[in-house]
Design a protein. Structure first.
Lengths: 442, 261
């Protein structure tokens, strides 16, 4: 199993009231951004990734969001390029570049090829459709989101693999002269892992392309359903999905004592946390999701990521958009902090309490890639690094051992999609729901 | 009371759904970016003298979406062909908001297809002052509310949009807004070349605008007026983006007077 480290690189100096007042992180005025503090933190977060390497993580994962203090990674490839040079062992996993908003996929192909070469072949390219808010920030037509995603992806793979020069005339992109001289070191191209938040269309696309699908902290029950769907789609195209086809990113925070972990872990609920990523009108712009996807989200119990939830969709339909008073919002955020832990969507504690929960996650989801997501909110560098150290020293070794017992092969050890499945043959299970009943998460 | 009925017409291999009603000379109507709202008081009043022909825009749920269509000019070309195939030309045309933009694009492409043209709070030209509201960055509810100045005292607003939105209605609005986004996202809900393409067209044009319009500012009307020499403006005070339902009496009076000329 690949164990990775991830942080959103939060900007930690906004007053929490601003997130409540704005009812979201996206859209808070950048007058609250201080470039001096930013300078410190961009450097610190790079150092933090080096520390992850030092602690023995296999990978560091980067993401990208725009126009929000939730995540300072506005141009992830810049950080990836620096890490390519200042680290030496970790895989640099991008989760991922938002293809529909980049507008110039040829330049993206060049940037990533350079990063792959500078890192001497440690890049894992990952693609996302981008949150709804990214469509507004980058003025990318949300109604073409999926078309742009697929066309940019297909083009980049071609740009990496087909000797130039050649002409490209697509629906959304056109080039008279494709002949990039920066090409990836890894052949035929860097691996691609695809993160997602319960989009069935994306899962099907991943299964067809034999790309691992990385669940972004999604609720356990629905995630198992998606794994099954992936495996069924994989069987249709003639291969057996296994742990190498699945990854999971989960918020994990540790401290020396349970009380301290619980107190600092509240950073995940700062400003209402992920559920306040963006307001519904920015999360789901018209045409961004298919009708099927909207219907599925609306039915998803407790499904909430980046501001999308069944509750919010219902409110949007029924026209309930009134702002909560801050006190009420805080209470709700803290209640969600507690319930998310009960649902195993936030893992907080000491090594002793975190370990069994992580093992349960591994047993249920059987991921080949497991990435821990450090705390959000105004938590000090020291406390962030303590959490990393406790995880790496006192939890990670047992998880590695447990992954061997479970046979959790990762996508580096076994090429996803390489296990053939004869037509009509039964596929192996990809998730184990047996612990969910006892946890009340069926 | 004039009857209305659903009909369809096949043009370029596409079955275009439409609503028709009334009697007399045809009046071709292009609905707005939220879709056809149903037969209202203004329809009924205009249908006393005219046959209303209201095509339902491709991609809005009833008429299939056409993948080749990339902008409002493409859509206007399609509708221009429909006008020719229906042998309606030259026809009186009225368009609301995005529908006004469609009508203006048809006029720019082939003014001979149109006899007289009513543009109600039209999108399509970048306002000389102010901005077209970012209604794509609003929830459906907020978008609907932004279209009238006084939601409480506009009975027909409640009739169309009151109560709980069923999943089906929610989806219909999603379809409409998604297709509008697809066609009008960049530049946002206008064509920089439209004012130039409209210049020199000798066509009687009535621009209807409510002075409390929160979607299309007066500057857009001024832009049209500058491009379309001879266009007249009927400003209806105290109403928003939907003068036809907020003050249907005044709206119908202005439109009837213009079309009768």
């Amino acid at each position: 199993m690949q164990i990775g480290y991830f942080t959103e690189r939060p900007y930690r100096y906004i007053p929490e009231e601003e997130a409540f007042r704005n009812q979201a992180f996206f859209g808070i005025s950048n007058r609250f951004f201080d470039p001096h503090k930013g300078a410190e933190d961009y450097n610190y977060y790079l150092d933090e990734n080096c520390y992850a390497e030092e602690l023995g993580f296999d990978a560091v994962a980067l993401n990208e969001h725009h126009g929000t203090p939730f995540c300072m990674g506005g141009v992830m490839n810049v950080e990836a390029a620096i890490l390519a040079r200042i680290t030496s062992k970790v895989r640099i996993v991008l989760v991922g570049n938002p293809l529909p908003v980049i507008k110039n996929p040829l330049r993206m192909a060049e940037e990533l090829a350079e990063i792959d070469m500078i890192s001497r072949g440690r890049l894992v390219a990952g693609w996302v459709r981008g949150a709804g808010s990214e469509q507004f920030f980058n003025h990318a037509n949300p109604a073409y989101n999926r078309e742009l995603f697929e066309e940019a992806h297909d083009f980049i793979v071609q740009a990496w693999t087909r000797p130039g020069p050649w002409r490209y005339e697509g629906k959304h992109f056109n080039y008279l002269f494709v002949n990039p001289w920066a090409l990836p070191l890894q052949k035929p191209h860097p691996p691609m892992w695809i993160p997602g938040v319960l989009s069935w269309e994306t899962v099907k696309w991943c299964a067809e392309h034999r790309y691992p699908y990385i669940g972004l902290g999604t609720a356990l029950g629905p995630t198992c359903d998606l794994w099954d769907y992936y495996a069924d789609e994989a069987a249709k195209v003639g291969y057996e999905a296994g742990p190498e086809n699945f990854g999971y990113i989960i918020p994990v925070f540790l401290a020396e004592t349970e009380a301290r972990a619980q107190e600092l872990g509240k950073g995940y609920a700062f400003g209402a946390g992920q559920t306040a990523f963006s307001r519904p009108e920015h999360t789901l712009p018209p045409g961004y999701n298919t009708k099927d996807a909207i219907r599925r989200l609306a039915r998803q119990p407790g499904g909430s990521w980046l501001g999308v939830s069944a509750d919010k969709l219902r409110k949007q339909r029924e026209g309930i958009e009134t702002a909560d008073p801050f006190e009420d919002a805080r209470k709700k955020a803290l209640a969600a902090y507690k319930s998310s832990q009960e649902q195993y969507r936030l893992i907080i504690g000491t090594p002793r309490t975190v370990l069994p929960k992580m093992k349960t996650l591994m047993q249920v989801l059987r991921p080949g890639v497991l990435v821990v997501f450090n705390v959000q909110g105004p938590v000090s560098n020291q406390d962030r690094m303590t959490s990393m150290r406790l995880f790496a020293r006192e939890v990670m070794p047992q998880l590695r051992e447990y992954s061997r017992q479970l046979g959790l092969v990762d996508p580096i050890q076994r090429t996803p999609g390489s296990v053939k499945l004869a037509a009509g043959a039964a596929r192996a299970p990809v998730a184990d729901r047996s612990p969910l009943g006892a946890l009340g998460l069926q | 009371m004039p009857e209305w009925y659903e009909d369809s017409f096949r043009t370029d291999g596409v079955e275009v759904a439409m609503v028709k009603g009334g009697g007399g000379k045809p009046l071709l109507i292009f609905h707005d970016e939220l879709g056809y709202t149903g037969w209202m008081t203004w329809n009924e009043r205009l249908a006393e003298e005219r046959t209303l022909v209201i095509p339902l825009q491709p991609g809005f749920g009833r008429t299939p979406r056409l993948d080749w269509m990339r902008d409002f000019r493409d859509l206007a070309s399609f509708y221009a062909r429909m006008i020719r195939d229906l042998r309606l030309d030259p026809v009186d045309v009225m368009g609301f908001s995005a529908g006004g933009w469609i009508a203006a694009e048809i006029a720019a492409a082939d003014p001979h297809l149109i006899r007289r043209m009513v543009l109600v709070a039209p999108l399509g030209i970048r306002p000389r002052e102010g901005e077209i509201a970012n209604f794509i960055g609003m929830t459906i509810r907020s978008h609907l509310r932004a279209t009238v100045a006084d939601t409480v005292n506009t009975p027909e607003f409640g009739k169309i949009y009151g109560g709980e939105m069923t999943p089906e209605v929610f989806e219909a609005f999603e379809d409409a807004r998604a297709e509008t986004t697809r066609l009008g996202w960049e530049p946002f809900m206008h064509s920089p070349s439209l004012p130039y393409r409209l210049r020199g067209i000798r066509l009687p044009v009535l621009l209807v605008w409510g002075n409390r319009d929160a979607v299309v500012p007066r500057g857009a009307i001024d832009g049209y007026r500058e491009a379309l020499e001879g266009a007249t403006v009927a400003q209806i005070d105290g109403v928003g983006h939907r003068p036809e339902i907020e003050n249907s009496a005044e709206f119908v009076r202005a439109v009837k007077q213009f079309l009768a000329a």
